[in-house]
Design a protein around this ligand. Structure first.
Ligand code: URP
Ligand code: ZN
Ligand code: ZN
Length: 473
């Protein structure tokens, strides 16, 4: 089936230009001026921008975590993603203790394959590095999972030690794979949390007070140093603060192959949000911090100290004792209330997969902080390059997958849980006005979102193997 998008302005990481775009058989077949319809269905994009589908390289769908499970699965999360202009994501397949990596991958495919609507890949999160698992790492790279994640925090649950991190880096360097870290010093946090609770501090703001920016900056610097010694490329996930940005920038200045992302929520929220009566909604790790850190992150995405903006989408209900309806079906999953009376028991994570692009457009592009080309670079092109998908995904080039978003820069919406497709009972941006939203979203040429209409079919999204030896940006 052929679709011709006419009269739009195509936006890539490097340029914006008026052109038509023809999609045929799931691919971008042609771009050019005044292309003939030639039997194609024509979509008029006058006054609109035409963007590559966004890529979210940091998500946790249906993740067992904090005594419960994240509430978006590979259907509802994909629907929400598509309504926000995201057509590809990479989820973390998290190894259980004693599990071999290929078993983890199989477990993740069982959750995803029948439900998927957008396309997707996996990172492999290693939590139990036996010798067998270490030797299995290159096979993961050969099978399309060339990125490995390690948690330097969550003591007693997912946290690994430096030996595990370093051995993984050495192996990854040999195999052309990318190591990703959640950089926080979990040992220091554990001491601080126990002390705070012993002193009777139980409220959500203590989540941030027991995870200060120094513990993130220290872990980022440590991982960067170990990557330098191992000669391994490193990608620091969810950077939240100036100290961590500085550690990455210092490593890059010395030629270390280190890159980093931040997530959209870290541009706006602070510890003051955790102090609100419903502060548990903002509990994520690392925590939201200060306005100075918000500003440092905008600088970092402008000056390329950070190369990507993702979401760390990991939603939980604010009140999981109450049922919500999703597509007419009741759903009730324990959520943030698990931490009433003890901040350390609040499930860590936020909903954001649908919100990222409209929020970044409004507050990044709309307020002159970044250009729309840089937005495309941070959310589409760089993620595709760093994670071995480029140019099949992440740009508007002939031969690429026709993952295309018609973006209406004048369309407005008041953000709310009630008009969101994320499967949870709150929205972080409740009541915020955004200007700039997807109008139509195509995945491999198939129309998933048309205004407010949803056409996505479960099981139509494809898992993509990704290439090893991707560039370090
Ligand atoms: O709070 C968070 N970020 N939850 C998801 C797991 C992680 O650390 O990324
Ligand atoms: Zn993390
Ligand atoms: Zn995460």
């Amino acid at each position: 089936m052929k679709t011709l998008i006419k009269n739009g302005t195509l936006v890539t990481a490097s340029e914006s230009f008026r052109a038509d775009l023809l999609m045929d058989d799931g691919k971008i077949a042609l771009t050019g001026v005044n292309l003939p319809a030639d039997g194609a269905q024509v979509v008029d994009a006058s006054g609109k921008f035409v963007l590559p589908g966004a890529i979210d390289v940091h998500t946790h769908l249906e993740l067992p975590f904090g005594g419960t499970v994240s509430t978006d699965d590979f259907y509802s999360g994909h629907k929400a993603a598509a309504f926000g202009g995201t057509t590809f994501h990479i989820d973390f397949a998290v190894q259980a203790k004693g599990e071999r990596l290929h078993e983890t991958v199989e477990r993740w495919h069982k959750k995803s394959d029948d439900r998927a609507v957008i396309d997707f890949g996996y990172h492999m999160a290693i939590a139990d590095l036996t010798d067998d698992v270490l030797n299995e790492i290159p096979q993961m790279g050969n099978e399309g999972i060339p990125s490995l994640k390690l948690f330097m925090a969550y003591k007693g649950v997912l946290q690994i030690d430096d030996m595990t991190l370093f051995k993984t880096m050495m192996k990854a360097a040999d195999a052309g794979m990318l190591v990703m870290v959640h950089a926080e010093n979990g040992d220091a946090i554990d001491v601080l949390v126990k002390k705070a609770l012993a002193e009777g501090h139980t409220t959500p703001e203590w989540h941030a007070l027991t995870r200060p920016d120094w513990v993130e900056g220290e872990a980022t610097g440590r991982a960067t140093a170990l990557a330098a010694v191992a000669g391994a490329p490193l990608y620091v996930v969810h950077v939240t603060c100036a100290k961590s940005v500085e550690a990455i920038a210092a490593g890059r200045a010395r030629g270390v192959k280190v890159m980093g992302e931040t997530c959209v929520q870290y541009f706006h929220f602070t510890i003051d949000d955790l102090r609100k009566p419903d502060g548990a909604k903002w509990v994520c790790s690392p925590p939201v911090r200060t306005q100075a850190d918000n500003a440092a992150l905008w600088d970092a995405v402008r000056n390329n100290s950070l190369q990507a903006v993702s979401t760390d989408h990991c939603p939980f209900f604010f009140d999981g004792t109450k049922e919500i309806q999703y597509e007419g079906k009741p759903i009730k999953i324990p959520g943030k209330e698990l931490g009433a009376g003890d901040f350390s028991k609040i499930p860590n994570g936020l909903p954001c997969i649908e919100d990222r692009m409209p929020i970044l457009w409004t507050h990044g592009v709309g307020e002159g902080r970044i250009s729309m080309n840089r937005l495309v670079e941070l959310c589409c092109t760089n993620p595709a390059k760093i994670f071995g998908l480029y140019p099949t995904k992440g740009t508007l080039v002939v031969g690429a997958d026709a993952d295309v978003v018609i973006w209406d820069p004048n369309k407005k919406k008041t953000m709310s849980a009630s008009n969101s497709h994320q499967r949870t009972d709150y929205n972080l941006y409740e009541g915020w006005e955004v200007k700039g939203l997807p109008e139509k979203v195509f995945r491999r040429g198939e129309l998933l979102v048309d205004g407010g209409q949803w056409h996505g079919k479960p099981g139509s999204g494809k898992w993509y193997p990704r290439a090893a030896h991707a560039p370090v940006l």
